[in-house]
Design a protein around this ligand. Sequence first.
Ligand code: KIV
Ligand code: ZN
Length: 399
Amino acid sequence: MTAITTDAASAKDRVVIFDTTLRDGEQCPGASMTYEEKLEVAELLEEMGVDVIEAGFPIASQGDFEAVQEIARRAGPDVTIAGLARAISGDISRAAEAVRVAKRPRIHTFVSTSPIHLAHQMKKSEEQVLDIIAATVAQARNLVEDVEWSAMDATRTPIEYLIRCVDAAIKAGATTINLPDTVGYAVPDEYAAMFRAVIERVPNSDKAIFSTHCHDDLGLAVANSLAGVAGGARQIECTINGLGERAGNAALEEIVMAIRTRGDVLPYATGVETTMLTRASKLISAVSAFPVQYNKAIVGRNAFSHESGIHQDGMLKNAETYEIMTPESVGVKATSLVMGKHSGRHAFREKLKDLGYELGDNALEDAFKRFKDLADRKKHVYDEDIEALVGDEVATASE
Ligand code: KIV
Ligand code: ZN
């Protein structure tokens, strides 16, 4: 566990942020990125203060190999570059070849551990998988110092067997142990309990950092990730905008802002510069061609917009009435009060002021009535609509 040095974080446990947008995120159907796009994304993630960038799956294609290698070559001393490898000798040596030029290279190797995967996908016995773990982790550890091992489908693996697998991986030299909720099946208490049991019962568990990796099939990926940390994990694997297979992965921006906003109950710290989150979200949306839903937490375009009269009135008096974080803290310039049929007089008057109009009480009342009529007929009321309304009002008043 690494301690960070800023005052705000000094009393808190540092959580390693492992971004897998370029690997698990890119596995999302239709989200593949070009070589140049991958380099641009990696550069931004590094600038933003992500601790580990999983740059790709080097054995998957020559293009993936070259992108991982170039990201590794360009990376500075503060970021770890990971390459994914199945529990296959050729995968591991290819991943090592791609990441070894990094100042901090990591091989991330994984194998399934759940009965359903062993029976149907791998067609191997539990004992055979234990041997595979020992051999492949040892191979990786001979190639790089930093080796992450993942128990694919950990959350559907009987705990006794999972403990034996983790023990084997640590004995073979794994420095990070990832227990993924591969199919997004877990609920928070259960996920936390799994980490507690494994950390408590594996003899050398203090030799490794434990990691979460959650998919969002039940919409619980972020909650599960935070529960995993409560259970003892100190690395979270996540992606920008929650991009990823099926319903996606845990969203980096949500995790980082939950930790920042609720330090009272989540006493952890990350190294991520949160004011870059919106920029990162826009870049990922553009390169993956995946739009961000309007009401997405943190980075959706409605995340700092208010339409109802009651909320707008509160916001004009004190922003903390309806905002738990500032828009600036995630890189959004300002809150927006959207003018619509739910807006009240107070917000309407402020909007007019912003547009450069000061109306007397009667003219304002008249304009407000006309605005409400328009808002009933029209879904979106833009600044130009209001200007047109008030333009009429001003003209009528001066006739
Ligand atoms: O979801 C998963 O189990 C994975 C592994 C490769 C870590 O993505
Ligand atoms: Zn995954």
